[in-house]
Design a protein around this ligand. Structure first.
Ligand code: HEC
Ligand code: HEC
Ligand code: HEC
Ligand code: HEC
Ligand code: HEC
Ligand code: HEC
Ligand code: HEC
Length: 369
């Protein structure tokens, strides 16, 4: 009897340790190693089928993977995506996706392949050509103009230009994903990774396949208005589009000509929505909370205390810990059906008319009818 108890105990401890290990290993991707990895790139004596544009990686993929980034992430999102962490989020579809129906938060590269003005021309996607209109990231930091920097700062050579993948990182330790979870959506430069600029946020379970004011990603806002280094989404975009960020304007002699108030010289980012009486931002989304059409970034301190269960419908206005306008208030990250990868059709934003599909009106609530 005593023996039995002991072996039962050992058995239970065994299960416990095993499940801890598996939680650690499988927190992110799941399934058999062989689903994703190949040890010798050989099957029945022949090399395995590879995908992608890059001849250098036609033969083998890094990390003994069977496919490239694009190979795994090409497809059409359908069904119960995300619910069990067994599915792959597709960011490139070879047939036309339906915007907002089977696309994810970043949009889709499909439209960029058709028209280079509709997003980031990621060259590892088969058939993608460099953007014929942009020879560098508009607003790029001058120091990044050199040849060694071109594959990310002048054109987008691959998904790794932006992502630093950590598929096995445990992003379930806390709802707020930071360094330990491989950063929000693996957003950290693979070339100069840094804990002070990797993006922090809360990851929606199905990558916003389904999305509403209570079911969405959470993006970290900025710690300061001047675009200094931090873990915000806008600062991340500004790593490549530096001059499109920050709210202080100096002339060529270094004299400050405008500093953080109307009239603006460029649309502000990282600025909290005002709640002053009479200001239109007070009525953001007509009082219906967070709008996935024109989302806000959260005050950094407030974001860190958020959880999935305290539903994130609430939008806070005002200077103290107020929610902020950010790059992704207006843009998608990968591509969209609209010019400049905007989240909505800007041409259909006509002042004095109602248009619930125009994101400008979500904040500029007195500029429609
Ligand atoms: C669903 C796909 C998938 C499965 C299943 C998978 N991996 Fe991976 N693994 C990846 C991807 C993608 C990478 C690419 C680099 C990254 O994100 O770290 C990777 C990277 C790695 C790395 C190098 C980076 C690191 O985190 O150490 C190792 C080692 C690894 N996998 C081992 C395994 C083992 C062992 C298994 C089975 C227990 C496994 N993988 C199962 C997708 C998978
Ligand atoms: C073997 C297939 C495979 C390969 C190769 C692969 N991925 Fe993934 N990736 C996946 C799967 C599966 C998931 C979903 C993991 C989960 O359940 O959350 C994923 C998730 C992601 C995510 C979202 C992470 C999140 O927080 O939800 C990003 C970003 C990503 N991959 C980028 C890349 C990049 C960049 C590469 C190339 C370096 C790459 N992947 C290569 C299978 C792959
Ligand atoms: C690794 C550097 C890099 C990062 C990070 C980056 N971009 Fe870009 N971006 C570029 C480059 C290079 C171009 C020009 C070439 C192209 O369009 O592919 C560009 C072009 C653009 C364009 C114009 C697209 C067009 O087709 O006219 C927009 C809009 C844009 N980026 C917004 C963003 C936003 C928003 C973010 C943050 C989510 C971001 N970028 C992050 C490098 C980057
Ligand atoms: C593999 C892609 C890649 C290469 C190569 C690359 N960068 Fe970057 N760089 C990024 C990304 C992504 C960001 C935005 C994220 C960040 O700020 O870390 C960035 C941000 C920056 C920033 C802004 C830093 C900040 O704190 O916001 C500077 C400056 C910069 N890069 C300079 C360079 C220089 C100089 C080179 C060449 C010697 C270079 N980069 C090469 C991807 C790259
Ligand atoms: C210009 C930078 C950039 C490039 C290039 C880029 N991504 Fe992303 N990716 C992002 C950002 C930013 C997000 C977060 C979008 C959000 O949450 O709104 C993201 C999100 C994702 C996600 C989560 C699903 C989603 O739509 O939110 C996956 C998966 C992913 N990227 C894979 C890839 C793959 C694969 C490639 C190459 C084909 C790629 N990315 C190229 C910046 C980039
Ligand atoms: C997420 C909210 C948000 C969205 C979406 C948004 N704006 Fe703004 N906008 C602001 C805030 C906040 C200010 C700064 C208000 C202030 O001065 O306090 C601003 C300022 C402006 C200004 C400058 C006003 C001045 O005083 O100089 C213009 C013009 C403008 N926005 C136009 C647009 C257009 C056009 C769109 C759609 C493409 C748009 N905005 C989308 C929040 C937003
Ligand atoms: C209020 C909405 C709004 C916000 C916030 C916003 N943008 Fe834009 N962006 C636009 C619109 C609209 C365009 C199209 C051109 C125009 O109307 O000026 C554009 C164009 C661009 C372009 C293309 C410029 C070119 O020369 O082709 C880039 C790059 C860009 N934005 C990056 C960013 C980055 C990075 C951020 C955050 C720091 C940001 N945007 C914030 C609305 C916005």
């Amino acid at each position: 009897m005593e023996r039995l108890d002991k072996s039962l105990l050992i058995f239970l401890i065994g299960i416990f340790i095993f499940s801890c290990i598996s939680i650690k290993v499988y927190a992110m991707v799941s399934g058999q190693c062989a689903n994703c990895h190949t040890m010798h790139n050989s099957q029945g004596g022949s090399p395995m089928a590879m995908t992608g544009n890059n001849t250098a990686t036609k033969l083998c993929h890094e990390d003994l993977l069977k496919k490239s980034c694009v190979g795994c992430h090409t497809g059409t999102n359908a069904g119960v995506i995300g619910s069990s962490h067994g599915s792959t989020p597709y960011v490139f579809s070879t047939t036309a996706p339906i915007y907002g129906v089977n696309t994810l938060a970043g949009g889709n590269f499909y439209w960029v392949l058709k028209d280079p003005t509709k997003g980031h021309n990621c060259l590892s996607i088969p058939g993608m050509q460099p953007d014929p209109f942009l020879s560098e990231a508009p607003g790029m930091p001058e120091v990044a103009s050199g040849a060694n920097c071109a594959g990310c700062h002048r054109r987008i050579d691959s998904c790794m230009s932006c992502h630093n993948p950590k598929h096995h990182a445990n992003d379930k330790i806390s709802p707020v994903v930071g360094e330990e979870g491989g950063f929000y959506r693996f957003l950290n430069s693979s070339y100069h990774p840094s804990n002070s600029t990797g993006v922090i946020g809360i990851e929606d379970d199905d990558w916003e396949y389904t999305v509403s004011s209570s079911d969405h990603n959470e993006y970290m806002g900025c710690n300061n208005l001047y675009g200094k280094e931090d873990n915000s989404m806008s600062n991340y975009c500004a790593g490549c589009h530096q001059h499109f960020h920050g709210i202080q304007w100096t002339d060529t002699n270094g004299k400050v000509i405008a500093d953080g108030k109307s009239p603006w010289f460029m649309h502000p980012t990282s600025l909290a929505l005002s709640d002053a009486t009479g200001d239109e931002y007070q009525y953001y989304n007509n009082g219906n909370g967070y709008s996935p059409l024109a989302p806000v970034a959260r005050d950094p301190n407030r974001l860190l205390t958020m959880t999935h269960s305290t539903s994130q419908v609430w939008v806070k206005k005002g200077e103290s810990e107020g929610d902020q306008v950010m790059c992704l208030s207006c843009h998608r990250a990968h591509g969209s059906p609209y010019q400049d990868m905007l989240r909505w059709d800007y041409k259909a934003c006509i002042s004095g008319t109602d248009n619930s599909n125009c994101g400008c009106f979500v904040c500029h609530t007195t500029k429609d009818k």
